[in-house]
Design a binder for this molecule. Structure first.
Ligand code: CU
Ligand code: ZN
Length: 189
């Protein structure tokens, strides 16, 4: 994150803080519980490719926001993988796609799917950057069967090429070029 972006992010956080402050002083004591998590996605050499934040809203949906750079232009598959371990260079340690309902097959367009961890492709621009958002209700950050923060954790993986949203088990998305362990709480500034 560039310094200017960091400042904008900090300013937004300050603004949010101001809002909840006034809500509290109006008499409602901390009724809004926001559940957040984050991941730093590194490539196989340990270089940072992306930062990701995850926010579960009051309906249970998880909002995914990824800011990436240094990627090849075009579409890249993005998934939640089942294990929160990112061992370079292959990141095979992250296991398959997060799929607590093990009867499901891969692919957002697959009638027999999708895996809970399947996400839309990330579109990288001609400068190698991407600002990606997605919303999913198939995972959670709070405890339960579909929690990403389960005992073995989970990882966000970025792939070399596009996910075809159909082919089982992994959408023909090529190698795993980036991996980030999903960690509870916001990213530290
Ligand atoms: Cu994947
Ligand atoms: Zn999948």
């Amino acid at each position: 994150m560039s310094n200017s972006r960091l400042l904008i992010a900090l300013a937004s956080i300050a603004a949010l803080g101001a809002c909840s402050q006034s809500a509290r002083s109006a008499g409602s004591a901390a009724t809004t519980v926001t559940t957040t998590a984050h991941a730093i996605v590194n490539d196989s050499t340990g270089k940072q490719l992306a930062t990701a934040t995850f926010t579960q809203d009051s309906t249970g949906s998880v909002h995914v926001e990824v800011h990436a750079q240094g990627l090849t232009p075009g579409e890249h598959g993005v998934h939640f993988h089942a294990v929160g371990t990112c061992t370079a260079p292959t990141f095979a340690s992250a296991g398959g796609h997060f799929n607590p309902d093990s009867t499901k097959h891969h692919g957002l367009n697959n009638p027999a799917g999708p895996h809970a961890g399947d996400l839309p492709n990330m579109l990288v621009d001609s400068t190698g950057k991407a600002d990606y958002t997605a919303v999913t209700s198939t995972v959670s950050l709070t405890p339960g069967a579909k929690s990403l923060l389960d005992t073995d954790g989970s990882a966000l993986v970025i792939h070399a090429t596009a996910d075809d949203n159909m082919s089982d088990p992994a959408g023909n998305a090529g190698g795993r070029i980036g991996c980030g362990v999903i960690q509870s709480g916001p990213a530290s500034a």
